[in-house]
Ligand binder design. Structure first.
Ligand SMILES: Cc1cc2nc3c(=O)[nH]c(=O)nc-3n(C[C@H](O)[C@H](O)[C@H](O)COP(=O)(O)O)c2cc1C
Length: 225
């Protein structure tokens, strides 16, 4: 009788162990499957990222005006300040780039340029643009860059704005200066494009551009680029 009970107990223990082992096996398997799923998810996300970047890049264009040559204070620029920022934006976003080229180039000499710029402002002139404007129907987002001239937008920007229909687009302004900050340039852009969405722009002093690469990168990151 005692022997029979002992045998029964042994059988129950073995059965219990088998059930426990089965439960552990199932648990481990579920964990593995879950983990595989998460891994696949992560890989998919990484794979999707460049696709998203590419379509975003295709719908974005960096438009700018900039002038190389002598500039304030006592600088001689091979590549203009705004042009340097435009290049960094283009590099990081993978977007297209369009440079507003004046039909009549501005002088290399700083004072001569100031003289002409002042005249153009006084006359409310529309200096001609040499190169064909991009087809903005192809783009949703326009980075728009310019230097501050005589505390305003250079008049060639007004020439540009008169022809470029950017209402309904996302505009991200960037600008360089020698102390005036944005001046009234943002007000002018908003006035010209009341139906555009303006995102946080970036204004940098020209002489600081070469020390501002990290700042530019961070600004673009925050914009989702
Ligand atoms: C004609 C002219 C007028 C300028 N007027 C101003 C001004 O009113 N306020 C200011 O802060 N900087 C002024 N600047 C300095 C430029 O805004 C600054 O050097 C800028 O970084 C130049 O950019 P760029 O090299 O892309 O043309 C002027 C420069 C020029 C050539």
């Amino acid at each position: 009788m005692k022997g029979q009970v002992g045998l029964k107990n042994k059988k129950s223990v073995i059965a219990g162990l088998i059930v426990l082992a089965a439960l552990i096996f199932i648990g481990v398997r579920v964990y593995q499957l879950q983990n595989d799923h998460n891994q696949t998810d992560r890989v998919n996300k990484v794979a999707q990222h460049p696709r998203k970047q590419t379509s975003q890049a295709n719908r974005t264009i960096v438009v700018f005006f900039s002038r190389a040559g002598q500039n304030y204070p006592n600088r001689d620029l091979k590549v203009g300040d705004t042009n340097q920022i435009a290049n960094l934006i283009t590099q990081q976003t993978g977007a297209k780039q369009y440079r507003i080229v004046p039909k009549q180039a501005y002088p290399y000499n700083y004072q001569a340029t100031v003289k002409r710029a002042t005249r153009e402002q006084n006359e409310n002139a529309r200096p001609k643009i040499k190169n064909k404007l991009p087809n903005f129907k192809k783009y949703d987002t326009i980075f728009l860059g310019y230097p501050i001239w005589d505390a305003h937008l250079p008049m060639i920007l007004h020439t540009f704005m008169a022809s470029a229909q950017l209402n309904g687009k996302i505009i991200i302004p960037f600008s360089t200066n020698a102390g005036s900050g944005w001046s009234d340039s943002l007000t002018m852009l908003r006035k010209q494009y009341p139906q555009a969405t303006f995102k946080k722009g970036l204004s940098i002093q020209g002489s600081d551009v070469k020390y501002s690469h990290a700042k530019i990168e961070k600004w673009l990151n925050r914009l989702g680029y």
